[in-house]
Design a protein around this ligand. Structure first.
Ligand SMILES: NC(=O)c1ccc[n+]([C@@H]2O[C@H](COP(=O)([O-])OP(=O)(O)OC[C@H]3O[C@@H](n4cnc5c(N)ncnc54)[C@H](OP(=O)(O)O)[C@@H]3O)[C@@H](O)[C@H]2O)c1
Length: 183
């Protein structure tokens, strides 16, 4: 039995993946900010007969700006990971699912939300479709220590999003911050 920790695991793509892995017999720890969605996730897990393998942790990583920054930081920390841990078995996969029908637009102002929801009906894939390539990548990770994909299309690790100097600087700042908080 594997254990999966899913940040944002109570809705959308994270929830889809969580329920898939619970259905397969694995253990899932879903992290999200809302107790209501957490309870709904646990109740769905129960319905699948996986109550003892499903866990919900409440944590709030608030703010769209913070989320965008975090997403950029995750890319850069992934790029630097092999330098920090040469020879590690861990595989970093930076993954963009592209447009998927989820609750992501729910918090937008009304006009943007309506446009986004309408566009999703026309152009977005379902969660069930979105999770398939993710499950494949987790089951059989790419050989390279770090790789990036848009759906199934590999993306070259070039350009400013994957800049090795920025990655090195972020790694140093992160290590210093962690040393401060654990001192
Ligand atoms: N949907 C798309 O078209 C699309 C496209 C490209 C990339 N992505 C990325 O894929 C990921 C999943 O997106 P999704 O569409 O599945 O989103 P979603 O349906 O809105 O689900 C988001 C999940 O994150 C949790 N969450 C939201 N705000 C949080 C906070 N402040 N602190 C902790 N947890 C929080 C939500 O639960 P709570 O609200 O209860 O906290 C929920 O479990 C996101 O990183 C998104 O940027 C999505």
């Amino acid at each position: 039995m594997r254990t999966y920790v899913i940040t944002g695991g109570t809705d959308g793509i994270g929830r889809g993946l969580g329920l898939h892995w619970l259905g397969r017999g694995d253990r899932v720890i879903a992290i999200a900010s809302g107790a209501e969605k957490g309870a709904a996730f646990l109740s769905e897990a129960s319905r699948l007969g996986a109550a003892d393998r499903a866990h919900f942790l409440r944590a709030d990583y608030r703010g769209l700006r913070a989320a965008m920054q975090a997403s950029r930081c995750i890319d850069l920390l992934g790029i630097h990971f092999p330098q920090r841990h040469p020879g590690a078995r861990t595989r970093y996969v930076l993954y963009n699912p592209m447009f998927t029908r989820t609750a992501m637009a729910d918090s937008l102002p009304t006009a943007q939300r309506l446009v986004s929801k309408a566009a999703a009906v026309l152009f977005a894939q379902s969660v069930a479709e979105a999770i398939v390539p993710v499950v494949e990548l987790v089951d059989i990770p790419p050989y390279a220590p770090v790789s990036a994909f848009r759906r199934r299309t590999p993306i070259p690790l070039t350009g400013k999003d994957f800049d090795p100097d920025a990655a090195r600087r972020l790694d140093a700042v992160t290590a210093a911050l962690l040393a401060e908080t654990t001192a």
